[in-house]
Design a protein around this ligand. Structure first.
Ligand code: SME
Length: 158
């Protein structure tokens, strides 16, 4: 079943209300998103922990690699450019990092705090080819903005 994004956004808003700790927020978003859609086989965050480096954050699915430099993989491209990466065929993406050989397509969104600073990327992998649409990217981007770029939320330490 494709995700019901309106319900998902409401559920996540209710669950995260008043919470500002980034890891608590990431864990909750990951769990809710992962279980909302059968296309999502790996769902999780990579956090910006030092300049040019992403480290694994909360995730659901098989094990994810621990460290991704900004110049590597789909996640690195999202972090480097600050742009959503919608990859219909991971084999056609130069430098794709295969954490799971079953992954066929990916959607990676940059995550910004309320000051506009990049704090993480949100990575969803599917075992189905061409699993993601721009509609998915828009709906998930709105949820990430709602949770991580709230006006009342300072950047916070990851
Ligand atoms: N495939 C990603 C790496 C992360 S994992 O798949 C969990 C990439 O190329 O950025």
């Amino acid at each position: 079943m494709p995700a019901d994004y309106a319900t998902l956004a409401k559920t996540i808003a209710a669950l995260t209300e008043g919470e500002t700790d980034p890891v608590a927020l990431m864990a909750t978003v990951t769990c809710e998103v992962h279980h909302a859609d059968d296309r999502f086989d790996w769902t999780g965050f990579y956090r910006v922990t030092e300049p040019g480096v992403l480290k694994i954050g909360p995730y659901q699915g098989g094990h994810g690699c621990l460290r991704i430099p900004f110049d590597k993989g789909v996640c690195g491209a999202a972090a480097r450019t600050g742009q959503v990466q919608l990859v219909p065929d991971v084999d056609a993406f130069p430098g794709h990092i295969a954490c799971a050989s079953s992954t066929r397509s990916e959607l990676v969104l940059p995550v910004f705090d309320g000051t506009g600073a990049l704090i993480a990327v949100f990575d969803i992998d599917s075992d189905l080819p061409d699993a993601f649409t721009t509609g998915d990217a828009e709906a998930l981007g709105a949820i990430l903005e709602q949770v991580f770029a709230r006006d009342d939320e300072p950047g916070g330490q990851l």
